[in-house]
Design a protein around this ligand. Structure first.
Ligand SMILES: *Cc1c(COP(=O)(O)O)cnc(C)c1O
Length: 403
């Protein structure tokens, strides 16, 4: 799914912050999750430019990595060009390759699955549980049991922390440990979330964050892998730097990748990271405001926050029961679009994608229904109260309710 982050402006002096009166407010587009840039980012970026570390590596990258390791409660962090690259390297470091099967969530952005494909493995999709919309631990367990019974365990499990909410790691970590299957956490949407007191990014062998323009924090593009396993960290760093050996000349024993994050982007990311708690708080506040206004409308439901979870609510997502709700999800989306407000269907599950629909899957119908009836609403931490009022007004009109 393409978020319009490439169009969303990086100019911090939007009319909302300069105090200019916008006579044509309705024409200003409200995005799902536009970059939210404060003054510190510019300072960090200029300082990095001044220092002349205009290279993929440099002191800002090291600092950003240290800070991300701290935020996620991990020992090691490797800054990477994006989260998709991070997932691919996490799989390689876990020893996954051609002929292997990797169990993964069907309800996700395609990057989680593409990375499995690009290491030559077969994705096997697992459907969602209703309580968190994340990978269903019961289906995961029965699928592993069945695979164990015919003598071929999955080479890894890739979970996704959907829309900023952690999967049920209490159950999933136990299942993976019991079968000795490495667990990789796609935490691209969940920096700043937690599950039973542990931070997103702290589960399994390694976890991946994204700093794409639409995520909780951005570096314009970028990602990171965090882990407690020193071998994994070293392996990922090695592969991300063209698998260059330690020699005065250029020595390579195997093919590698050019996947490191640049020092300049890391500096920008550090500026963003300074305000992570405020960013998460604002997304959560928007979620609460949407719920307060619309949760009681017949047929309207919100993505539940499962017990023990603190979600980033990267995107606030609601469902419209077509038998009861005044509009369908498609009708609501088109009505918001008429007011120049961006919204999107919930991710189209991977088992329905033309690229992947012939791959194995263990399904229960939950992700199909969420795709049919779910819609993601503007949720960026940069959304102002007046933006929110505009969105809320448009939703109220579409639902035929007064707020
Ligand atoms: C955004 C996203 C990714 C990919 O992140 P990039 O940094 O753009 O590669 C992976 N997984 C999920 C669930 C995402 O939302």
């Amino acid at each position: 799914m393409e978020f319009k982050s490439e169009i969303a402006t990086l100019d911090v002096e939007s009319p909302a912050t300069t105090g200019t009166i916008d006579l044509n407010q309705e024409t200003e587009r409200i995005y799902l999750s536009a970059p939210d840039v404060g003054p510190q980012e510019k300072q960090f970026l200029y300082a990095a430019v001044e220092s002349n570390w205009i290279a993929p590596i440099g002191p800002e990258l090291t600092r950003f990595e240290d800070e991300l390791a701290t935020v996620s409660g991990r020992k090691f962090c490797v800054g990477l060009s994006n989260a998709t690259a991070g997932l691919q390297l996490a799989l390689l470091a876990a020893g996954v390759g051609p002929g292997d099967v990797v169990l993964t969530s069907s309800l996700t952005f395609v990057a989680s699955t593409n990375s499995i494909h690009h290491v030559g493995a077969t994705p096997h999709f697992i459907d969602s549980e209703l309580s968190s919309w994340n990978i269903d631990p019961g289906l995961l367990e029965t699928t592993i049991e069945a695979m164990a019974a015919y003598g071929k365990l999955p080479a890894a499990v890739v979970t996704v922390d959907l829309y900023g909410q952690c999967a049920d790691y209490q159950a999933i970590e136990e299942i993976c440990a019991r079968y000795g299957v490495p667990l990789i956490e796609d935490s691209a949407e969940a920096l700043g979330a937690s599950h039973r007191g542990r931070p997103a990014g702290s589960f399994g062998q390694s976890s991946v964050f994204s700093f794409n323009g639409n995520k909780i924090i951005t570096a314009s593009g970028g990602g990171a892998l965090v882990t407690d396993d020193e071998y994994v960290a070293q392996r990922v760093l090695h592969l991300a730097t063209q698998a260059r050996e330690d020699a005065p000349h250029y020595e390579h024993n195997e093919p590698g990748y050019n996947f490191r994050l640049s020092n300049l982007l890391a500096a920008f990311g550090r500026g963003q990271l300074q305000t992570l708690p405020e960013r998460v708080a604002r997304r959560r506040q928007l979620n609460t405001m949407y719920r307060e206004l619309f949760a009681d409308v017949p047929g309207v439901g919100f993505m539940p926050e499962a017990e023990g979870n603190l979600s980033t609510f990267w995107l606030t997502t609601l469902t419209l029961d077509p038998a009861v709700a005044p509009v369908t999800a498609t009708e609501l989306r088109l009505k918001l679009e008429a007011h120049n407000i961006e919204s999107r269907p919930v991710w189209k599950p991977m088992h329905l994608q033309p690229a992947y629909k012939s791959q194995p899957a263990t399904l229960n119908g939950v992700s199909d229904a969420l795709f049919q009836n779910g819609i993601c609403l503007p949720s960026g931490s940069g959304i102002t109260d007046s933006d929110f009022e505009r969105v809320a007004g448009a939703i109220s009109a579409a639902l035929g309710v007064r707020v």
